[in-house]
Design a protein around this ligand. Sequence first.
Ligand code: FPP
Length: 247
Amino acid sequence: MDIKSAIQQAALPEHIAIIMDGNGRWAKEKGESRIVGHYEGVVSVRDIVEGCGEIGIKYLTLYAFSTENWSRPKAEVDALMELMVSTIRKEAEHLKKNNVRLKLIGNITDLPEICQKEMQEGMDITEGCTGLTLILALSYSARWEIVAAAKKIAKDVLNGTITEEEINDAYFGKCLTTAAFPDPELLIRTSGEHRISNFLLYQIAYSELFFTDVHWPAFRKKDLYEAILNYQQRERRFGMTSEQVKP
Ligand code: FPP
């Protein structure tokens, strides 16, 4: 049986989040500049979006640019911004044809205007799509998001929209940039690092974590399917006992 057909449809994660790491190291190993690694990373993005669509994943969140990434050398930041713009410009119609809806999370107003405009156009073009929702995390960090949510809730209490007693984890979740999406059941990080790097800290409370040594530019559908198969072999207990969660 090939790896794709081994996946149980009834136990698919609804939402997969990916920390795409290793573009720079992949490029270095090939004697290329880091930017080449980012360009090849887009080839992986295309393959993984297609792979998610093929098996019926509903949400895919990609950590494409973190708040901390602004501290990289200016040439690399500029190249990444240009790559986002050119990729979305090229791919928006293709996404629509494949019924993929584009969404963004992050401090979007930090992005160059052309990038904001192109992303907005991509979201407008794909607005009515009902297959996979592709969520790009751009200028995103979980601490930024949690602090913004705390500020919003403080205002809500001050202006009487909500009382302190009514604040609960569901309300908090609704104040995050991911309010419209379910929490990811599976979080994948490529390239051998075992850390979360300020990504979706609130939302991954009960996510299954999968780490692979494969660098992002080399990550393909088969690697995604391997991660899903691994996820399907796990027992998710949510703090309960094994006996309680056994079907
Ligand atoms: C991490 O590898 C990768 C990034 C910071 C950028 C990821 C962006 C892309 C793949 C482009 C995506 C484009 C769209 C439109 C979704 P790294 O540079 O940290 O690699 P290293 O750890 O080996 O140095």
